[in-house]
Ligand binder design. Sequence first.
Ligand code: FES
Length: 197
Amino acid sequence: MSEKHHHDHGKHHHHRHVAAMFEPTITLRKNGPYHIRGKVNIVTANGKVVETAGEENWLCRCGQSPNKPFCNGTHERVGFQSDLDADLAAQAPEGYEDVCGEQDLPEGEIKGFKIGGNPVLLGRVGGQFYAIGGLCTHKQVLIEDGELDGWVVRCQRHDGGFDIRTGKAVRPPAVTAVPTYEVKVEGGRVLVSRRSS
Ligand code: FES
């Protein structure tokens, strides 16, 4: 991801972008932890400071982590479920989105797109196109900077891997699958379904 820090505050969109990056944000991960980005103080009820790993933290949301307040992946094991985007998924329009030309993606390569605001990763293996969710389920980074190793998309961050055909996590530390999207090629254009499966 190319995040450039601009000091040109005269330009409205740059200013807004920078503000968004530094404002502390808590993301309610699908079936997972509280993902906290930004500088925050985490304290116990009696005001004891909880030491954190820096400006990115994952706090247990399922209530079962033995490492509270931090997440240690237990939500997976206990099958914790809470998807606060379920309504969005249901609202996603049907049909396909034209993302690129067939020639735009050479064999063995991947490319990131946004479909209805969601990051989607398109890849080509053995002449076939496949599309999966574009965010690594390990630490929620874009995997478009990773690379294809056969059928496996390898995340550049910790080398987690996802099978591009099924979305299944096949290399640790990734354990949760990414969604898959249907892909078809028509008239030299690559079309990706708006709804994931
Ligand atoms: S963020 Fe992808 S493997 Fe850790």
